[in-house]
Design a protein around this ligand. Sequence first.
Ligand code: 0CH
Ligand code: SF4
Length: 327
Amino acid sequence: MPADQPGRVLLADPRGYCAGVDRAVIAVEKALEIHGAPVYVRKQIVHNKHVVATLERRGAVFVEETDEVPEGAVVVFSAHGVSPAVHEQAAARQLRTIDATCPLVTKVHKEAKRFAADDYDILLIGHRGHEEVEGTMGEAPERTQLVDGAEDVANVQVRDPEKVVWLSQTTLSVDETLATVDQLKGRFPGLQAPPSDDICYATQNRQQAVKQMAGECDLVLVVGSTNSSNSVRLVEVALEAGARASYLVDYASEVDEAWLEGVSTVGVTSGASVPEILVSELLDWLAQRGYPDVETVKAAEERLVFALPQELKQRRQALAVDTSATD
Ligand code: 0CH
Ligand code: SF4
């Protein structure tokens, strides 16, 4: 509760869904519309509990690997991307695949393939075990080494220090990644940078908005799931940028009222995989507890929209042709 006068909320903009998440969620919805349930999805389509539970209720079946999908069935690959080996496994089972990999993740895959073809050693900065990193490494497993922290920086070995490039996961902390690159350059002064930013526009903008407001916040609440890399990064960025406290919650109901003690200003944001309804519910929850005023803190304008995966466009065109034939 704020002490004597109403508390205020600073609301980050941009927050929530990015273009790649929007496209991936719509891809599953369209696949259900076109093919009917069940539609299989390899891994969580995006790392958000609410999104996954909602799609499950509509008939999506989430599996870990393609060998859990019946032969010939429809399977969607998640926004985080898959390695070529996963495409091969799916083809071997005659699965009908819809690839919802974000085009900005695909861009990093292409960079990895190109640098490997030019015989570079690739240092991929990212989180060990994260699906995106597994997919990207799979493009050039014999040429890529994962750099996840100081120990990896100290241990990587390259064949030719003049032919080494760093690439990264799309959802990392910008500042932490720059620090890692500096450490790598200390070992390999000839280290080359990716041709364009691998940390995507959405990750960067959400972090920038949090940086802009964190100094004024006693508390920053980030809506997002614990396995969502970009959401977890927003908590870290808030703390580094001066917020007195910051927590990650999936739902408003998870906020502990004790966190509000002595708090005048609450910052609110959400990860790139988080539907806006969850933020609206949090704002309602805060309004009922003495924080009715909401001010937006704008860091960037986002207009990017991605076309649906090719497989869905082809299928929809085919349906349109069939319909006109029967008219
Ligand atoms: O932040 P991560 O990569 O864990 O994934 P998310 O929460 O599903 O957000 C969307 C990013 C998808 C791939 O870049
Ligand atoms: Fe694509 Fe970036 Fe969104 Fe990931 S966070 S899905 S790379 S736009």
